[in-house]
Design a protein around this ligand. Structure first.
Ligand code: T46
Length: 145
């Protein structure tokens, strides 16, 4: 079980940007620009002003979050430390490792939060209770193997 990652393991990834007179584009490929196999893509949009999303962690999921349009803040929490990162560029991705609680706030109007994910949707992969998340971080899974 992936419960040992910390916020220091969650890094910003500079994505390639192609620019010409017709505008810009960014290309993402499995295992190259994105450091995991992409099994699912979803995006958050039409977020009402003042709303927040997230408030959970995943047991096994890797994700790359990109502000495809607009901006938002992501607060990462590994149970010991927290840090907040603002995403506002379509060519910067935030790799969130498994076992990291995230709160997503301060969405700008017209925001699109693009998420590339390493697994298909699985409700069992979510930790939505903060106390349960802290227990998950403290458990020693090495004794179960
Ligand atoms: C995350 C942030 C950034 C599905 O049925 N399939 C899916 O693939 C997803 C992502 C969600 N759902 C359902 C589950 C809920 O009934 O859609 C509803 C909204 O999901 P949730 O409350 O988890 O929404 P967010 O925006 O708080 O979180 C989502 C992702 O679930 C999560 O992995 O990190 O976006």
């Amino acid at each position: 079980m992936n419960n040992q990652f910390t916020i220091m393991d969650c890094n910003l990834i500079q994505l390639p940007k192609t620019r010409n007179v017709a505008g810009s584009s960014t290309l993402l490929q499995n295992g190259i620009e994105v450091p995991f196999e992409i099994k699912r893509v979803y995006y958050l949009y039409d977020v009402p002003g003042g709303e927040s999303r997230g408030a959970h962690a995943h047991k096994n999921l890797h994700q790359l979050l990109i502000a495809a349009s607009g901006s938002f803040d992501v607060t990462l929490d590994d149970g010991q430390s927290k840090k907040t990162i603002t995403l506002s560029r379509p060519f910067i991705g935030l790799h969130i490792k498994p076992g990291i609680w995230r709160d997503i706030t301060n969405f700008s109007s017209g925001v699109i939060c693009l998420v590339l994910a390493s697994e298909l949707y699985n409700a069992e992969d979510y930790l939505r209770d903060y106390a349960e998340f802290l227990l998950f971080k403290k458990r020693d899974y090495s004794k179960n193997v």
